[in-house]
Design a protein around this ligand. Sequence first.
Ligand code: ZN
Length: 446
Amino acid sequence: MLALLLGALGLLPVAASPGAKNVILMIADGAGFNTFDAARMYSATRPVYDGPQWIKLACSTHPLNLSTRPTGTGRQVRELVYDPVKAWSLTEGYAWLRTGATDSAAAATAIATGVKTYNNAIGMSDRGRPLTNLHQLFQASGRSTGVVTSVPWSHATPAAMVAHNLSRNNYTEIANEMVFRSGMDVILGAGHPWYDSRGERRKEIGSAAYVGGVETFRRLTEQRTAYLYLESKLDFERLANGTLDLMGKTRVLGTARAGETLQQGRRWSGDAKSRPPFADPPLPGVPSLATMARGALRVLSANSKGFFLMVEGGAVDWANHANMPGRSIEEQLDFNDAVATVQRWVERNGGWSQNLVIVTADHETGLVWGPNSGTKPFDPLVNNGPGRLPGMAFNSTGHTRSLVPVYARGAGAWRLWDFAKRTDPVRGPYLDNTDLFRLIVGAAEL
Ligand SMILES: [Zn+2]
């Protein structure tokens, strides 16, 4: 606004560039630099964000504290802040990185609100107060909003974009806030109560917590909410192609037919540690993340004022927790496909002067390094060529404090450089996850 005013008064030397009409934030949950790299090595094609037009930096992810409930102080615990010297210590580095990591809730809250908080918080401060999130700011500017994920749609990362709850584990409450009180336009993910964690149909309905409980689920499936509800793979594809009848509704909620993850949790045979990607047949009844993203873009772009969309490759984290390299690569490639889909959409819909795309992770999971990293810290990955599992090993089953990559392209993306004030000896300049909120707010003129 100020820039426009100054521009009108002739006080700016060049016309101020207009802000980003649409912002698409893409989060590969639990994917550190080496998870991104492992997928690159396996794939015969480079991910689109390797292109020269993309800004490439690193990002710190630490939480405010390690409490699982508000402490009331709001103070940053100093020892948790990312420290390059400790992180890269050959003797202490692994131990330091493995402790004090953020969870997905605090990380997503930091990105969505610009405020560091305790682990478990969904859009809540360490003083236990609700924080204004990107969904609310975009909504207030007249724009549409949506979340898409490969894990349950009420899970931490999508939830923190839109909801407010003291604990990420209150799925029923979070889902009901999303469905009945948020006014979010598009909600797509997994978490179907009729399917188990392997993605197979149950004989009886399971827990409906992820979808807000049995009554909310019934109202959704009977089309008795503000959302057009869908769940079949065919309907997700119709949504993406623009052939699904929305029955006069403008909001869409889809629960893919998988209990927890679209594909990550399906059965496998052989040894999980050496099982290559795509060796086990995919579940036939669920859409890809790219298809869901395409569907979301179709609905959200109906608003001429613009939109905010968060797309999460949520199951990368689940694969890394399980220390399954093949599944980790599968999920990262599914995420990369979604990024490519988004890039194609941008190029046909206003281009890079109207759209801002950010690709990042909320934290690293698995302390992924090379095959000998168990005895040789920070041993690099081994590239065995396209279609072959890279030499890699996990050194943790949990989250770590490692820096994560951040890529950006489009309207206002260059401002990332303004935030990258610190430098890591290995990863180079880095910003903090709270800076992503500021970048988006500035770029979208919220
Ligand atoms: Zn996470």
